[in-house]
Design a protein around this ligand. Structure first.
Ligand SMILES: *Cc1c(COP(=O)(O)O)cnc(C)c1O
Length: 379
């Protein structure tokens, strides 16, 4: 069997930066949460994205949870949330006993539709927060979304788990909202095996998150607690991997962009295929290259995924929207589409995530392209 071609897999630096920082931690016996790597990783990531403060945590999910808690989200509060996303965006809303209201996507970025968001405020005038996702690294329509959030005086949280390094009008995603989060899970553009980061310009809130995520220990000689704590801090070993990975982030973005552009060029004459668009004045990190087939296409996503699978190539449907998930379908969903229809559902039913692994060679990508092209030529 040929070696598998992956959607996205860990890709350590060829220079071995990650091992150098991990070795340092070993040499100093900093095998613990906290230590120099954690402090430096926070500082280096904050500098990279251009935000003042960061808290390194055990996962992106933990970072979303802490963002919601820092924003004061509690029992019964309404939180508007992108529907077309991975479940980790929405789960922490439930951890806080709050109520999600899911917002549909628009077709130009596949992200939260500002018109649907505006409509949601008509039905629910007092949500406590808006959680917006930059799906597959493509920035959402932030100008519009920020404007709406300002007008309604509501906290904006950006789930930039998939979009570290993506730029919207000259500024990094994750830095527009009051809080932004990143993920370093094994499949993300850079990885620490698992980890996450919460960023904000509010020092007091970031300090508070560090306090909660290390078990809420009050200042005392004995263990004293006046708040519920969490064990959410990133370990010093993991942070070492992160520091090394951060050095190759720009290189990874370049590689992912090349992958996207090769797909786009290869499929430009197949009228059934529409790549996820790159909106004006944005520079996505192209974490995953994805496309959607028009509904009339005789080649269906399953045909593509089956054909790729037969060649030991990984691919995946576009994420299934939250409002269609059994666990979340009881919550409200706001769309500008008629009745049961939604943009998110169409993208889910007709979309495919393509292999976007930065270790994939050009030759391997050509195999992927040929498999797909053949399907259209034979129909
Ligand atoms: C990966 C991901 C998360 C969760 O990050 P973890 O580090 O895996 O907990 C959250 N939101 C989105 C959109 C993601 O893709």
């Amino acid at each position: 069997m040929k070696e598998r071609i992956w959607l996205a897999s860990p890709h350590m630096s060829k220079e071995g930066y990650e091992q150098k920082y991990v070795k340092e931690a070993f040499d100093k016996n900093w095998i613990a949460p906290l230590g120099e790597n954690v402090d430096k990783f926070e500082e280096e990531l904050a500098n990279y994205v251009g935000v003042k403060y960061a808290a390194a945590l055990s996962s992106g999910t933990a970072a979303i949870h802490m963002a919601l808690k820092a924003a004061g989200i509690g029992e019964g509060d309404i939180v508007f949330c992108s529907s077309l996303t991975f479940s980790a965006t929405a789960n922490p809303i439930i951890y806080q006993n709050a109520t999600p209201v899911f917002i549909d996507s628009e077709e130009e970025t596949w992200n939260m539709d500002p018109k649907a968001l505006e409509k949601a405020f008509e039905k629910y005038p007092n949500p406590k927060a808006v959680v917006v996702v930059h799906l597959y690294g493509v920035p959402a329509k932030m100008n519009e979304i920020i404007e709406i959030c300002k007008n309604h005086n509501v906290t904006l949280i950006e789930d930039a788990a998939e979009s570290l390094g993506s730029i919207y009008k000259g500024k990094q995603t994750g830095t527009f909202g009051k809080y932004g989060i990143y993920s370093f899970n094994g499949n993300k553009i850079i990885t620490t095996s698992g980890g996450g980061m919460l960023v904000s310009n509010d020092e007091e809130r970031i300090q508070k998150v560090r306090f909660w995520s290390t078990q809420s220990r009050d200042k005392a000689r004995h263990y004293q607690h006046s708040e519920i704590g969490y064990n959410y801090r990133m370990s010093n070993i993991v942070a070492g991997i992160g520091r090394g990975q951060l050095k190759v982030l720009d290189e990874r973005i370049k590689q992912k962009t090349d992958i996207y552009n090769r797909y786009k060029e290869a499929f430009k004459d197949i009228k059934e295929i529409k790549m996820q668009p790159v909106p004006e004045d944005t520079k996505p990190n192209h974490w995953l290259s994805t496309f959607v087939l028009n509904e009339a296409s005789r080649v269906k996503p399953n045909d593509i995924m089956n054909a790729l699978d037969a060649e030991n190539i990984e691919s995946r449907p576009v994420w299934k929207p939250m409002h269609l998930q059994p666990i979340f379908e009881k919550y409200d969903f706001i769309s500008t589409c008629e009745e049961e229809d939604s943009v998110g559902q169409k993208l889910f039913e007709n979309g495919v995530c393509l292999p976007s692994d930065t270790k994939m060679t050009e030759k391997e990508q050509q195999v992927v392209i040929n498999v797909i092209k053949n399907l259209f030529e034979n129909k």
